[in-house]
Design a protein around this ligand. Sequence first.
Ligand code: ZN
Length: 521
Amino acid sequence: MLNLKEKDRPIIRKLLAAGCCARCVLRFCCVGTCSSYRQSHEDLHKELLTFIREENCQQSHDASGQGETEDPPNKRMKMEDNISADDSITSGEPQTDSDVCPICLGVLQEFCDPTFVKQVSDAIKKEQYLFESLLLTVSLPAQLSVREHSCWLHVKQEVRQKSMCLGKDDVIQVKDAFKWAIQGKICQELGAAVLANSQFEVSVGFTHPETEEDCHFLATTCPDCFKPTKNKASVFTRMAVVKALEKISDENFTKHYPCPPKKPSSKCTALDTTCLHTSIFIAGRYNKFSRELPQTPWVIDGERRMDGSVEELIAAPLLSSFRADGFNFSSSGREDVDVRTLGTGRPFAVELLNPHRVKFNRTEIKQMQETINQSSDKIRVRDLQIVTREATSRMKEGEEEKTKTYSALIWTQKTISNTDLEFLGNTKNLKIAQKTPLRVLHRRPLAVRQRVIHSMSATYMDTHHFTLKLCTQAGTYIKEFVHGDFGRTKPNLCDLMKTDADILELDVESVDIDWPPQIPD
Ligand code: ZN
């Protein structure tokens, strides 16, 4: 049952006469019941015709009785205007060569049929995603908006007479009608639920080259709306067209474009169905035990410098488990190639792009961690867990205020005395100024950063070597603090000890961020 009202009759008559499809007629009658759109388009069409026939019968009945005076004269006139069109509709004869709806260009006709449902479902199945719900998105040719507007102007009077329906916005959108018609059927085919906030998005799209020029007149009536942009193939984007249609006067529109729109000879072409699952984030902490392993692939002038990287070692098993298309790696700070990260490790997060599987239990995640750890002795991962996108920001939050502890092997030119080491041990909250180090100047802007060395402790090794433990503000350049970077870091260890000094080895002992949460073994 379509639940059509007496007031819908003139709209239905007008739209059917213009060759519109049954679902477009329902849209313009503001029928908001999703299930109505699920009926086959032939059934809907039949039902609309029956509804109009009822009126015709009623009319002849009225004419033979005394009802004649009840019809206002203007309504009567309209009926007479349309009488020839009505004849062809009610007799069910095709009015033109094509049966393609001039508004939706066929989107709400054949593309709502089981064949198309099957086609989309098969395309989704082929991608082998594991999902429980999905969300359908539809992209329509921009000219559909022009045709919709033209049709709105065509029936505006009739629609406005309905108390429930006041403006163009009350007309059900093609997109919604299309989703109502097929979304449930696709989900049924796949055994999934329709969910408005589903992380799994299936996109279908349509093009209709035949009517592309429909939009072109808008560029002259509203040039402001169509500014060329870099990444768009055409200036006639849906957004721009909608904006232009909001600006154009009814009079100006009808001067340039027929109302109702002309029937096309062909229906839309469906674009390939595409699937996209929103990213999933997995976090943990990593140790790096090698002095020959960069955190990210090290490429200079297009040539790869070292084998492997922390991020690749971690991401490889994740990519295959989640069957993701790619990843983005981020961490709380980073260490140089020759620096180890010991202790409880450095927090990191991996964004897995378009994962095909996202549900894993604790044991399975633990297994992935094991796989990473067994793949190389250069790194080790702990506390591996799935987190939300929002939670990953905790890793970067207040990064500057956090402390990090380091252990460095130092060489000095002069013979080391106990007094030197005690002096270092007694130095607290030393403020230093660091100009961007020479070694990173090619990728970072020149700036002076203030940093704090909270505390130090030194352990004698031999006359020219000692181990220095440092607790510093995050972001301190430790190597530069030791050798001074040609005076670019002030004060530096050479200044403090009044000798030449260099750093031979450096380890990160701890990164003091309590994220991600620890996972008990
Ligand atoms: Zn239609």
